[in-house]
Write a protein that binds this ligand. Structure first.
Ligand code: AMP
Length: 304
């Protein structure tokens, strides 16, 4: 089944305890579509970049089968820029700078050829843009999933709450779940957030894994302990791409299949953090993914 992703395509400047980068390519939709490309070949992007964005990166997306008809290029504009610094635990980070640039007045056009997409991934971008994309789909997709971050909670909470009401599945990290709900306990936070609209919620806990909530049902997948973690940027988006990519490929949104999707998402995220930016997830094979998924199965399986 076909997947439509909207979200930032960006330049990032990063600092981790292992090094520093100057303006590399990032953005939520970049990580999501690359990750999903290993699962579904019907992978469509809606985003905006400035004239400063390298054609070579667009070519990389296309070489992964991503349809970029919905990628707007504003020749005189500058691409969205984000800069962040990770703390020593690599689980928390500070945003040092955000420059919305062309994202500030992005009018997302959904091409006619995307209209039948059954899976819609609203990656991190302004909640008003996420809402416009839902409204511009002539048929409501089978599953609408949304990712966001604290930046939008601080700057556009009302818009965010409006769009959260319209989606089936929300994915956020633990601190954001606490901020959105006002509850410290993640179990309570999940109840509060699901009462805001989404029937399913994923709470990402970085190196401590991810929780899947649906009604009274709860499932957990640990993160794989890795020898080398260089850069966690994009791990959440890569997770989302693997998760929804698996659902779209199997066209099955049952809770049981979402459990498998949680493992695929976690496996993809574990690759992402091994190198800076999206480098690692540009160069994976199906055999790499299969072997990594088996490591997750081994890690969490036990008989009683
Ligand atoms: P993640 O590490 O999965 O939370 O995603 C990091 C990516 O999100 C980076 O590549 C950034 O370009 C992008 N990003 C950071 N802040 C924002 C924002 N406010 N809106 C949209 N994308 C953002």
């Amino acid at each position: 089944m076909s997947l439509l992703t909207v979200g930032s395509v960006a330049f990032d400047a990063l600092e981790t305890p292992f090094g520093k980068t100057d303006k590399i390519i990032g953005g939520a939709a970049t990580f999501i579509t690359l990750s999903a490309s290993y699962f579904t070949k019907n992978n469509n992007l809606v985003a905006v970049v400035g004239g400063d964005f390298p054609q070579a990166m667009i070519d990389i997306l296309v070489s992964h089968g991503v349809n970029t008809d919905g990628l707007q290029i504003v020749p005189e504009g500058k691409t969205f820029f984000w800069s962040g610094k990770y703390h020593n635990d690599m689980n928390s980070r500070d945003t040092l700078d955000v420059q919305l640039n062309v994202m500030a007045d992005f009018d997302p056009v959904v091409p006619e050829s995307y209209q039948n997409c059954q899976y819609l991934m609203l990656g991190n971008t302004a909640p008003a843009i996420q809402k416009m994309v839902i409204e511009r789909m002539t048929n409501r997709p089978k599953l609408v999933m949304l990712d966001t971050m604290n930046f939008w909670m601080d700057s556009a909470m009302d818009d965010l709450k409006t769009v959260i009401k319209m989606v089936d599945l929300l994915t956020i990290n633990d601190e954001e779940a606490r901020q959105l709900s006002g509850d410290y306990s993640l179990r309570k936070a999940a109840k509060t957030i699901m009462a805001m609209g989404p029937k399913t919620l994923i709470i990402k806990k970085g190196e401590h894994g991810a929780l899947l909530f649906q009604g009274d049902r709860l499932f957990f997948v640990p993160a794989l302990p890795l020898e080398n973690v260089f850069d966690p940027t994009g791990a959440g988006d890569t997770f989302a791409g693997g998760f929804i990519g698996h659902l779209a490929a199997t066209d099955d949104i049952s809770f049981e299949n979402m459990k498998r999707a949680l493992v695929y998402g976690s496996a993809m995220a574990s690759f992402c953090v091994e190198k800076f930016g999206s480098e690692r997830i540009q160069n994976l094979t199906q055999a790499d993914i299969k072997a990594r998924v088996q490591e997750f199965v081994q890690l969490a399986h036990f008989d009683m």
